[in-house]
Design a protein around this ligand. Structure first.
Ligand code: 2AL
Length: 175
């Protein structure tokens, strides 16, 4: 990506472009804008990761709670963010059988009941079978393990969203 373009963005532009690299957490983009200039996309990603790591446990849990359930109510109601809809679609979650949907829904509810945050996984690095497998297995982890794994998944989602934006910005600046 042309970092000159990114580094010249005022904070309104920056938040508008990068505000959803972490789902429904534009505050993260607003915070890391302060660290400009970024030498590369990797440097921007590292800033985001460091900011997340610096948060107290409640902040990390808050990030997880901003994520919609996979194949959950937002998908049914059409209220997912465009990024989340595309990710869930690519993982095959928009074409589940009724049986898979109810299995996922029960597992999601049990997971949330145990950890007090939703199950989060990078959908694009999985498919519906591995998502159900991971959910069934991760539910047995300790809360500390799950917090750590889930934040890793948030960073994976962020990584792929940043790559998408990088392609869009490169195409737009070539026009
Ligand atoms: C999501 C989401 O919205 N996109 C993704 O990859 N994972 N949500 C979730 N609960 O894992």
């Amino acid at each position: 990506m042309e970092m000159r373009v990114v580094n010249s963005m005022n904070y309104e532009e920056f938040v508008s472009v990068f505000g959803n690299v972490v789902e429904k957490c534009p505050l993260i983009a607003a915070a890391v804008w302060t660290s400009r200039p970024f030498t590369s996309l990797c440097a921007l990603e590292k800033n985001i990761g460091d900011f997340i790591d610096s948060l107290p446990r409640s902040g990390k849990e808050g990030i997880l709670r901003c994520h919609p359930n996979l194949a959950g109510r937002d998908l049914l109601q059409g209220t997912l963010s465009p990024e989340s809809l595309s990710e869930q679609n690519r993982a095959g979650l928009t074409s589940l059988t009724a049986g898979q949907r109810s299995q996922l829904s029960e597992l999601n509810a049990s997971y949330k009941n145990r950890f007090n945050f939703p199950f989060v996984i990078c959908a694009r690095m999985n498919d519906r079978d591995t998502i159900i497998q991971q959910l069934s297995s991760r539910i047995r982890n300790s809360p500390e393990q799950e917090l750590q794994i889930s934040i890793g998944e948030v960073k994976n989602i962020c990584h792929l969203r940043l790559l998408d934006i990088s392609i869009q910005v490169s195409q737009a600046t070539k026009l």
